[in-house]
Design a protein around this ligand. Structure first.
Ligand code: PBG
Length: 323
């Protein structure tokens, strides 16, 4: 056992104060405690709550305010300043570029990446009556749902997961759209009426995955986090993020991507391929461009899928939205 492992240390974990952030941070800490014990690290963990700009303006339409990474800037500053040692993010809220000196130390195994419907009645997209009112403020979700069902009325809805579910009743929606991952982490999976297949609604880049951010020069934490990384998730999320970066997109544009690993049996050897679908659409769902490609280098694959969509006019769609 390396001597560094034996050193006692209190690791301060920064988190937003939303129920989802606190819950997933708690779950990550439980897992890191388990890994610490297993590998002989003498670490204890402490939570530090941080209020971000995104939390302060949750009642405003975020897509109007604009700006990328509204939920992470203050947390990253605390990491840079040494006030905290770790931060747990939903991968899909993580900006494309990390500040100098910070890295993503681990991407743990991804859970269900799909969007789902919490419905008043019914158990599938097809059960929604003609002209049903659907609550979502994600342009990506409205684009794809409108494309699949032009009759649906997509309306803006804000707030944390629990307040969005409440609005199903109080604001008379027929359904609200949420990520299965958030509901499951909260233990609310019984609220899911229908999972939307990824070929109907391609998830946001990194949806269902977490990112654990730390300082690049913190060797102890990096050693600990290496045990928590999931290689398959890391490769697929890297491809998706490369796609997002090549399109210069934030989370407020109708961009979706989902990458999986497929092991193709080539007779005498198994070849590992990344298979990625990327999507760019107009908010009204009238235009929706999709490409599926495969490759072995995640960054290259992301750029290739982006280039293929740009060749078909994706950059013009995004320029119109101002994404
Ligand atoms: N945009 C907010 C957000 N950021 C991460 C999740 C949970 C899903 C995940 O971890 O990917 C959610 C809620 C949602 O989209 O329903």
């Amino acid at each position: 056992m390396a001597a560094a492992n034996m050193e006692k240390r209190v690791i301060v974990v920064g988190t937003r104060q939303s129920a989802l952030a606190l819950t997933q941070t708690g779950q990550v800490i439980d897992e890191l405690k388990r890994i610490s014990e297993k590998h002989g690290f003498d670490y204890t963990f402490e939570i530090k709550k941080i209020v971000t700009k995104g939390d302060r303006i949750l009642d405003v339409t975020l897509s109007k305010v604009g700006g990328k990474g509204l939920f992470v800037k203050e947390i990253e500053q605390a990491l840079v300043d040494g006030v905290i040692d770790l931060a747990v993010h939903s991968m899909k809220d993580m900006p494309f570029e990390l500040p100098e000196g910070l890295i993503n130390g681990a991407i743990p195994k991804r859970v269900d990446p799909r969007d789902c419907l919490v419905m008043r009645d019914g158990s599938s997209l097809d059960d929604l009556p003609v002209g049903a009112r659907i609550g979502t403020s994600s342009l990506r979700r409205s684009c794809q749902l409108k494309h699949a069902r032009p009759d649906l009325k997509l309306e803006s809805i804000r707030g944390n997961i629990d307040s969005r579910i409440r609005k199903l009743e109080t604001e008379g929606f027929d359904a609200v759209v949420l990520a299965a991952a958030g509901l499951t982490r909260m233990g609310w999976q019984d609220q899911i009426s229908a999972s939307i297949p990824v070929d109907v609604c391609l998830p946001a880049v990194g949806q269902g995955a977490l990112g654990i951010e730390c300082r690049e020069n913190d060797k102890q934490i990096r050693q600990l986090l290496a045990y928590y990384n999931d290689t398959e998730t890391e490769l697929t999320v890297r491809a998706e993020r490369s796609f997002l970066g090549a399109l210069n997109g934030g989370c407020q544009v109708p961009i979706g991507a989902y990458c999986v690993i497929s092991d193709a049996d080539q007779g005498n050897k198994v070849e590992r391929q990344l298979v990625m679908t990327g999507m760019v659409g107009s908010p009204d769902g009238a235009t929706m461009l999709k490409e599926v490609m495969q490759g072995t280098n995640p960054e290259q694959l992301g750029r290739d899928v982006a280039a293929a969509l740009i060749a078909r006019g994706a950059d013009r769609i995004l320029a119109e939205i101002g994404g």
